[in-house]
Design a protein around this ligand. Structure first.
Ligand code: ADP
Ligand code: UDP
Length: 237
């Protein structure tokens, strides 16, 4: 399959149509953004690392019974996916407090959240991705109650699968964001799973190895992603 019309240029990926209406090509660029797109930089190797990382995770999730949009890697920085009708709500699962929940509730970073929490955010950069809930999502026709329930169950299942995977590499899965969409009436996991959309810490030193290295200007951003990839067995070339 080959890229045809550019459908959408996002902050980190470009989305292309293909000759088959049911499939899209996602091109992972080197662009990195923070502050809802207000700060943008290019980081060498990021597109390739995130494409490889995402492919590895999506395949692990499929094997464990989570339906995903992943079809196949087309090149080092391109993936073929099912075209989903995206639900404009981001699902966030947290095992430990970091980021917005720390700011919102004045928690100490690293506080264990047991059982893991589940939050919804409306995907809208201009509004700063505000927190929403199920009733707002249903009233505004973003999703049905049944779809939201399925997204919650799937998010917790992804957490169980990936917590074990990262744990085996001496890593803590602190939190992560998922996006779902609808494909022929089924809820399917879309977008990407990479260190851009999750927090991963070294279990012993608590060193941050995810996008917080960029957000907090800690340096060695992609080196952090590569360290995680190496520890969980992602083939990077
Ligand atoms: P953003 O839109 O936040 O800037 P990206 O740069 O990652 O994010 O752009 C990728 C876009 O493609 C996102 O809006 C995402 O919701 C969308 N997307 C991801 N997977 C699919 C899919 N399988 N079908 C349709 N759209 C998708
Ligand atoms: N996240 C994301 N995209 C967003 C918002 C959050 O991928 O638009 C991820 C983020 O990387 C983290 C998790 O979701 O792993 C929870 O993010 P949080 O609510 O703490 O917001 P942040 O402080 O990261 O903006």
């Amino acid at each position: 399959m080959q890229r045809q019309q550019l459908l959408y240029k996002g902050k980190a990926k470009s989305v292309y149509e293909t000759e088959d209406h049911d499939f899209l090509i996602l091109h992972f660029r080197d662009d990195t953004s923070a502050l809802d797109g207000k700060r943008i930089e290019q980081l060498a190797r990021k597109g390739v690392v995130n494409n490889r990382f995402n492919a590895f995770i999506m395949q692990k999730l499929s094997e464990a019974g989570v339906e995903t949009h992943f079809e196949k890697q087309l090149s080092a920085d391109e993936v073929l996916v099912k075209r989903l009708d995206m639900i404009p709500v981001e699902c966030v699962v947290r095992n430990f407090a970091a980021g917005s929940i720390v700011r919102r509730l004045g928690l100490e970073e690293g506080t264990a959240l047991t059982p893991p929490t589940f939050e919804l955010f409306y995907k809208d950069d201009a509004l700063g991705d505000p927190m929403v809930n199920e009733s707002i999502s249903v009233a505004l026709d973003w999703a049905t109650d049944a779809q939201l329930e399925e997204m919650k169950v799937l998010s917790h299942k992804v957490n169980e699968i990936l917590t074990a995977l990262f744990d085996a590499g001496d890593l803590m899965l602190v939190d992560f964001k998922l996006e779902f969409g609808v494909f022929h009436d089924r809820i399917v996991l879309g977008d990407e799973f990479s260190p851009d959309g999750c927090r991963i810490w070294d279990k012993t030193t608590k060193k941050k190895l995810d996008k917080d290295r960029f957000r907090q200007s800690l340096g060695d951003v992609i080196e952090g992603y590569e360290e995680v990839a190496k520890r969980i067995g992602v083939p990077l070339d």
